[in-house]
Every structure is written in C-alpha cells, then in structure tokens.
Write a protein that binds this ligand. Structure first.
Ligand SMILES: Cc1cc2nc3c(=O)[nH]c(=O)nc-3n(C[C@H](O)[C@H](O)[C@H](O)COP(=O)(O)OP(=O)(O)OC[C@H]3O[C@@H](n4cnc5c(N)ncnc54)[C@H](O)[C@@H]3O)c2cc1C
Length: 325
C-alpha cells in the first residue's frame, strides 16, 4: 500500500477519494482555490447568494444514494422540490426527472463538511509532477516544491489533468479525447419578490438553456429573489473568449424575454465564466489508473459529468489504489 498520497483537487471527486483512502494511507489534498468544493460552489454578495456551478444533483447509483441519505440525516443535503418545467413553443411542460437534491444551506456546504479533519492546502496550484527515486514531487506555480509522495491522484477537469500529468501516463489518450464545455453563469439579484410560476426552467433559445430561482432551494435566504441563469453549451463554447459585457447583454436580453421582466434593470448582475463546466465526450470509465507510475486520474468527466459522476469517480480512484496495493 502506498503510504503518502497527494490528491490534486478538492472538489467532490478528490474529497470522496480522500475519505475512501484516509484510513489506509496518509492523504494530502491541494487545491488552487480559496475554498473546497470546486464546481459545487456558492457566490455571496450581501443578502444575495448563488449556487453558480452545480444546480442540483440526482442519485441513481446505490452507492451515491447511500451517501446522499447519510448527508440528508446529517442535515447537509435536502431534496429540492421546486416547480420544474421545460419551456416549449407550446407552453410549459413538467420537467420530470429523478428526485433533485441540493447541499444545504449552500451548494458548497457538503464539501466543506467532508473537508473537516483532512489535510488540505488551499491556494496551492500544482503546475508539474516530477518523479525522482520512485516518488512524486509536486511543483507549485510559485516555484515551491513538495515531495515524498508514493502516489498521486489528479481530481481536476480533464483539460487541467492533461496539462498536469506526465506525458507517458498510460491513459493520456483517453484524457485528450474527453471534451468539456464552457458555461456562463449570470447571477441576478432582484430587489423585490418575484414569482415566475416556476423555480427551474429548461429553455432552448440558443443563448440560455437554464434558469433557476436560487432562493427557492431549501435553506436559502427567502427574503430576496435570486435568479441563476446558465448559457447553453454550444453558445458558450463559441463565445468563451468574447467581450464579457456583450455576453452578459445577450444573456440578459434572452432572460428578459423568458421571464417577462427587464433583467438588465436588476440591482445585482454578475457574470462568471466556467471554462470546463460539463462533459460532452467521456471515457466512461470510473477512473484512469497507471499502476506503473502510481498515478490515477479521476473527476466527473470520467463518467460523463455531474455530481454523481464525480462521487463515483472518486470512489473508483480509491478502489484502484487499494486493489493495486
Ligand atoms: C455551471 C455548472 C452547472 C452545473 N450543473 C450541474 C447540475 O445541475 N447537476 C450536476 O450533477 N452537476 C452539475 N454540474 C457539474 C458538477 O458541478 C460537477 O460534475 C462536479 O462538481 C465535479 O466535481 P469534480 O471533483 O470532478 O471537479 P471540480 O469540482 O471541478 O473540482 C476540481 C478541483 O480541482 C482544482 N484544481 C484544478 N486544477 C488544479 C491545479 N492545477 N492545482 C490544484 N487544484 C486544481 C479546482 O480548483 C477544483 O476545486 C455543473 C457544473 C457547472 C460549472
């Protein structure tokens, strides 16, 4: 069994792998951000708060269902029974999928709880992995090094894994073949209560594909109305580097038509760009493991994206390491 394991990325996949391995090895996590949770994230602005990454999650695999049930008992997750619709040319149609869950009181709350008791370095962007005498050394963007790891788990989006992992990583082709899409997240805070008749709306108007009343989720501040708007993948990819003011204006114009109010007049309007939000081509393999190098890649992209995929991929990464011990 490897003794010292470095996990790069403290999103749900990295945190899940850390929990599955922590009794068998010494684990250190590194994340470039100021907080944990990765794309299960929350932005604050006064009374307004927004889950500007993952909106909700479903649980189909029994292992994830079990984790969600435990988190519900712990008060970290709750069902979101919002009014969910598709906007069709003919009107609104119910958006029927599996039960929807959110972390409470914010989307990053579950990850924060998972992080407790783990050894995590934040603000630590790993830029290179170097191998010497059979061990891995991590080089950070500020030039510092941290060494002595027997194994490394990369739990970052595929494009970032491609840049980070050694060129001779056995599954590099599968990483390169993965495709992740961009998404713009427009956060709108309204100064008075609004009932749009829906709490989430899937739309197909080329610019936006998702609108949600963030304040309708359990545990959120219900004294303000917050609206979360996501741009469609194809449009986001095409305009990922476009002028942000133009992107925001296009999204606001589309959202105004859909909502029936002038979104550009809202008192709080902030745009965020996710370069790697969702997954449109995936290896469909729990995790990618190179036993010769003692390097494993995991993340939502291994299993087609989404929160459930991130959890299952983190478990698979840990399984690979434990079964090769
Ligand atoms: C806009 C948007 C909407 C979404 N909606 C949904 C949804 O409704 N339902 C759903 O199930 N899923 C949704 N998702 C996807 C969901 O958020 C992800 O599937 C899941 O959170 C991914 O977890 P992860 O651990 O694989 O990766 P991440 O959460 O991305 O974690 C990776 C971590 O690695 C860190 N990192 C990256 N590079 C480095 C480096 N070089 N050094 C150190 N740290 C690094 C990052 O800071 C990050 O914290 C959405 C995502 C976005 C962005």
């Amino acid at each position: 069994m490897s003794k010292n394991i470095a996990i790069i990325g403290a999103g749900l996949s990295g945190l899940t792998a850390a929990h599955a391995l922590k009794d068998a090895a010494s684990i250190t996590l590194f994340d470039k951000s100021r907080g944990v949770g990765g794309r299960m994230s929350t932005r604050y602005a006064g009374d307004y708060e927004f889950d500007h990454g993952a909106q909700f999650f479903t649980a189909r695999d029994p292992r994830f269902q079990n984790a969600v049930e435990i988190a519900i008992e712990q008060g970290l997750v709750a069902p979101w029974n919002g009014r969910a619709f598709y906007k069709k040319d003919t009107g609104l149609e119910p958006d029927t999928g599996g039960d929807r869950f959110v972390a409470v009181p914010r989307m990053n709350s579950w990850a924060k709880s998972m992080a407790e008791g783990l050894d995590i370095s934040l603000g630590a962007r790993v830029s290179r992995l170097l191998r010497a005498d059979g061990q891995w050394n991590l080089q950070f963007e500020d030039g510092q090094m941290k060494g002595g790891f027997d194994a490394v788990i990369s739990a970052v989006p595929s494009v970032q894994a491609e840049a980070l992992l050694p060129a001779d990583f056995s599954a590099m082709e599968a990483i390169k073949a993965t495709k992740m899409d961009a998404c713009f997240a427009l956060m709108i805070g309204l100064d008075q209560g609004h009932d749009f008749g829906w709490d989430s709306l899937r739309v197909n108007d080329n610019v936006n594909d998702w609108l949600a009343v963030n304040s309708s989720k359990p545990g959120r501040n219900e004294h303000v109305t917050t609206l979360m708007i996501h741009s469609a993948a194809e449009w986001s990819n095409a305009h990922a580097n476009a002028d942000r003011a133009w992107v925001q204006a296009e999204m606001e114009a589309s959202a105004s038509r859909i909502c029936g109010i002038d979104i550009s007049a809202a008192p709080h309007r902030v745009l965020h760009r996710w370069l790697y939000a969702s997954v449109s081509a995936s290896p469909r393999q729990g995790a990618l493991h190179d036993p010769a190098l003692n390097v494993t890649a995991c993340g939502d992209w291994c299993l087609g994206g989404r929160v459930e995929g991130a959890y299952l991929s983190g478990l698979a990464a840990a399984d690979n390491i434990l079964s090769n011990a």
